[in-house]
Design a protein around this ligand. Structure first.
Ligand SMILES: [Zn+2]
Length: 123
């Protein structure tokens, strides 16, 4: 396994800039996120999937501690079945009474992750 390069981590953290409301405004804050991702990601692909999850799971930019938690819950190798194309990591965006949120998708990928959620909750 090859750890992701700083360049890869910088590009992945750049994807979080969609969270304009909470993306760090200071270079040191951005650097903290890049350093954290470089530290916790096992491979380039893992780094990408950690950020995929961060983008799917919250409307807010993760803090370094959130990235660590997300990385711990992201398998180093992808083992889940393919999704329906409407969801990402089994999460689907929902809009309920003006409140944005996410829930598990009904497709095979969503059900796969829902089952993992159940197993994690039970242990
Ligand atoms: Zn789906």
């Amino acid at each position: 396994m090859t750890k992701p390069t700083k360049k890869v981590c910088t590009a992945q953290i750049g994807r979080l800039m969609v969270f304009e409301n909470s993306f760090p405004k200071q270079a040191t804050g951005i650097q903290e996120l890049i350093d954290t991702l470089c530290q916790i990601a096992h491979t380039e692909d893992h780094a990408k999937r950690v950020i995929d999850r961060a983008l799917s799971a919250s409307e807010f930019c993760p803090m370094p501690v959130d990235l660590k938690r997300i990385a711990a819950a992201t398998p180093i190798k992808e083992t889940a079945p393919d999704g329906c194309g409407l969801c990402d990591y089994g999460w689907k965006r929902v809009d309920k009474e003006g409140q944005g949120g996410v829930r598990r998708c009904d497709c095979v990928r969503g059900r796969y992750f829902a089952e993992l959620d159940r197993q994690r909750a039970a242990s």
